[in-house]
Write a protein that binds this ligand. Structure first.
Ligand code: SF4
Ligand code: SF4
Length: 369
């Protein structure tokens, strides 16, 4: 007996697939499945998070509908995966709320924080809000650096704690004892598989999306999004080091490292999320968890808005629009932080953890990478 009906269905499908094994070369899910004769809830959540939703095993399957076996692995694992985000989320109550109203909650949180910063500035000095501020420290005319750092540091810390708690629960449930450290070889293998999106390629031919013709579009847009996010994060880290180590205050000139990294990352975060949204819109409904569209779209949309408002701020930072644009950008970033542990962001973390476990299993059995 499993905890939910979707895990019952996943168990049924994995049992059928374990007899068939036709798809074993497509991704990591099938080899991991073959290491098991029976499946606990944790095993099924592990397999669900190993799946990269390429859709190949649906189009390749001779038992997919209308066959009476009704085998639809991508959709079943997509639903189980989304359920697992809710099951492991910390605190759990927030997750159900976000799954139903993800985009609305993200937008309301962004607008509320932007309005708060706007009000904070207007309360202190109305002239500051719509004035022209240039040179080092110009952003802190709107809100002192310490207040900004405290606000965003608290939001970031909250997101990290919530993510650590949820990943800890996932790690334990998929069969790894708490305190068990992953060996460096498995971590390295999982990092390579994650950064190359090794299993988002339908076994080498590409993902299927709106029809049965495979393509690399989803993989390319994922890469733009992942590396765009990484570059923006790097830009924030460099700016923080500038501020605290060498007392250089934002905004920085166009040629300076935080701006170069942030601009390149911002371009990635415009192209990647826009492409992913377009692919999501066209995707064959038979492959997706239609009930979680709001949660999926919320994270992609907030990444896009983070980049859009950041680039707008860069372009108009020397004008009177700087104050409102900065308030808007900070509002979107704040919303992105606090909703991260409950939205699609976690899929990257859980997938990485599942890949670490997969690499460990293969090493323990003496199998290759
Ligand atoms: S998805 Fe279909 S073809 Fe692939 S292993 Fe399972 S039953 Fe076999
Ligand atoms: S959808 Fe792709 S990644 Fe997921 S189980 Fe099927 S072949 Fe593997």
């Amino acid at each position: 007996m499993h905890g939910t009906s979707i895990l019952e269905e996943a168990d049924r499908l994995m049992t059928v697939c374990n007899s068939c094994r036709y798809c074993e070369g497509l991704c990591a899910v099938f080899p991991a499945m073959e290491m098991r004769r029976s499946f606990s809830d944790g095993d099924l959540n592990y397999l669900a998070n190993l799946c990269h939703a390429c859709g190949a095993c649906y189009t390749d399957c001779q038992f997919s509908p209308p066959h009476e076996y009704d085998v639809n692995v991508p959709q079943t694992l997509a639903i189980a995966r989304a359920d697992s985000y809710a099951a492991y989320a910390w605190p759990g109550a927030f997750s159900g709320l976000f799954a139903r109203n993800g985009l609305a909650i993200s937008l309301i949180a962004a607008a509320s924080m932007a309005a708060f910063i706007f009000g904070f500035a207007a309360f202190n000095d109305r002239q500051v809000l719509l004035g022209v501020h240039t040179g080092p420290g110009a952003f802190y005319a709107l809100m002192p650096h310490n207040a900004m750092a405290a606000l965003f540091g608290a939001a970031f810390l909250y997101a990290i704690i919530a993510l650590v708690m949820s990943v800890r629960a996932f790690w334990r449930d998929i069969g790894e004892p708490i305190g068990m450290k992953a060996d460096p070889g498995s971590l390295w293998q999982a990092m390579k598989d994650t950064t190359q999106l090794r299993y988002l390629d339908g076994g080498g031919v590409g993902c299927v999306n709106e029809d049965e013709r495979p393509s690399d579009r989803r993989k390319i847009y994922h890469h733009f999004t992942f590396y765009g996010f990484a570059l923006c994060f790097a830009a924030t880290c460099v700016a923080t080091l500038y501020h605290y180590l060498i007392a250089r205050e934002a905004p920085y000139p166009w040629w300076d490292l935080p701006v170069v990294l942030g601009t390149l990352g911002g371009i990635g975060l415009l192209i990647g999320p826009a492409g992913l949204l377009a692919e999501r819109w066209k995707r064959d409904p038979v492959l997706v968890d239609a009930k979680r569209t709001g949660m999926d779209v919320a994270f992609i949309a907030m990444l896009f808005l983070t980049s859009l408002t950041g680039i707008a701020l860069l372009l108009w930072r020397d004008s009177a629009a700087m104050g409102p644009l900065l308030a808007l950008h900070l509002g979107v970033v704040f919303s992105l932080f606090i909703t991260m542990p409950y939205g699609k962001f976690v899929h990257g973390i859980y997938r990485f953890v599942a890949l670490v476990r997969y690499a460990r299993e293969r090493r323990m059995l003496g199998l290759g990478d």
